[in-house]
Design a protein around this ligand. Structure first.
Ligand SMILES: Cc1cc2nc3c(=O)[nH]c(=O)nc-3n(C[C@H](O)[C@H](O)[C@H](O)COP(=O)(O)OP(=O)(O)OC[C@H]3O[C@@H](n4cnc5c(N)ncnc54)[C@H](O)[C@@H]3O)c2cc1C
Length: 375
């Protein structure tokens, strides 16, 4: 690519370019939709038996299946990025930052879809693996699309995005909801004032987030956002949860993940718990008095939880749980665990699993698990 040409593109021109070419973005999406249809038919043919998706065939072609999931994720992400930009533009809220993000996303993701999506360091999904012919991507070579890609990957676009972020200017999320915008402002302020100045120190010292910060987070409603109102929460739902998590994580990932623990446990108890469990735990989770942790992953089981091996066996009136868990966020400093374990060893996969609510004493850095039988 000719970088001198790239550098010559001015960001103000790019916003006008984007606004004048929104139809071209839509045309690209239409082309991608037909490419996606081609890949889907190919995959269905490879993995079907007697007119239905066959598990054994899907397992055999899991690389293609996984790759198609990535391809579709990219396609839908581009579609929603364009919708996001268009709605901002309609409200006169789009700026050069948002237009830069839109064109950069199209340029980068489209190029990856055309040439190979990197699922991991060693797994690249190329179109041919998904049965996509070269001709299907011929739209990528057309002069107007090639120009869009060139502009989107230009240094001017990247510089604009990076310097905005460095100056604390973040893209408008397009929430279009006064309450959500208020929550975002509130948590932005909290993160700037209370989290960012300390986060690096906590990280370097491997410290827990101090209790007084936790208290302030509770007061701001971090733990109660997703808990229903009739159980003492704010009942604000997933989007509010995402807004809060994103703002806190901007300052420190561990701060963002604290609130999501309450959301995971709250959801499990709300959907699967007894009325007694809901009354006992949900209000305490909402106030932050009970900190929760999600205990699912094992050393040999990550995404495929159906194959986990931790066992829970009946012992008198109790269950005794034996097994190894790993990657458990806020595992030590928590009072209640949602533990996934196998209760029926005759059943394979998800069918033999149960979710347990297990209370535990809260630990700290010096003594993470002050409980017999747990280390
Ligand atoms: C920061 C962090 C916090 C975490 N916190 C928690 C927590 O609080 N509680 C908890 O229980 N767990 C937690 N986890 C664990 C997390 O849920 C697992 O890492 C996740 O489920 C993925 O499992 P894995 O790492 O074993 O990877 P694997 O599932 O083994 O995946 C490895 C690779 O295989 C690919 N792959 C997976 N499935 C398929 C498939 N079907 N077909 C093709 N390819 C596939 C993946 O894309 C990946 O590239 C945390 C992880 C991280 C990184």
């Amino acid at each position: 690519m000719d970088s001198s040409l790239n550098n010559a593109i001015k960001i103000d021109d790019i916003q006008s370019y984007v606004d004048e070419n929104l139809d071209l973005f839509s045309k690209v999406l239409n082309s991608l939709e037909s490419v996606s249809g081609e890949a889907k038919s190919y995959l269905v043919k490879k993995t079907s038996k007697d007119g239905r998706i066959d598990n054994a065939l899907l397992e055999k072609h899991q690389y293609e299946g996984h790759g198609f999931a990535w391809f579709e994720t990219y396609r839908i992400s581009l579609r929603e990025t364009l919708n996001w930009y268009k709605s901002l533009k309609d409200l006169n809220k789009s700026s050069k930052l948002e237009s830069g993000i839109l064109i950069f996303a199209f340029s980068e993701y489209l190029t990856q879809m055309r040439n190979g999506i990197m699922m991991s360091q060693t797994e690249v999904v190329r179109p041919s693996i998904l049965g996509i012919s070269q001709e299907s991507f011929s739209f990528y070579e057309s002069p107007d699309v090639a120009n869009l890609i060139k502009i989107g990957s230009s240094d001017s676009v990247k510089d604009e995005i990076v310097s905005s972020l460095e100056n604390g200017i973040f893209p408008n999320l397009g929430l279009n909801d006064e309450t959500l915008e208020m929550i975002q402002d509130q948590f932005k302020k909290f993160t700037d004032e209370e989290i960012i100045p300390e986060a690096n120190e906590w990280h370097l010292k491997d410290d827990l987030i101090p209790d007084e910060i936790l208290k302030k987070m509770s007061e701001l409603g971090v733990f109660s956002i997703a808990i229903p109102e009739n159980y003492g929460g704010l009942g604000m739902g997933k989007v509010a949860m995402c807004v809060v998590t994103e703002e806190l994580s901007r300052g420190f990932l561990a701060a963002g993940s604290l609130g999501t623990r309450a959301e995971i446990a709250g959801e499990l108890i709300r959907l699967g718990g007894t009325e007694e469990q809901k009354n006992k735990y949900l209000p305490e989770i909402a106030t932050g008095n009970i900190l929760t942790t999600a205990v699912f992953t094992e050393p040999n089981t990550g995404s495929d939880l159906g194959s986990l091996s931790t066992r829970a066996q009946v012992d008198g009136d109790d269950y005794v749980i034996n097994g190894n868990k790993t990657w458990i966020t806020h595992g030590a400093r928590s009072d209640l665990m949602t533990v996934l374990a196998r209760t029926d060893s005759n059943q394979k996969g998800y069918k033999g699993l149960s979710m347990f609510l297990v209370e535990k004493p809260r630990g700290n850095c010096k003594n993470p698990f002050p409980m017999d039988g747990m280390s």
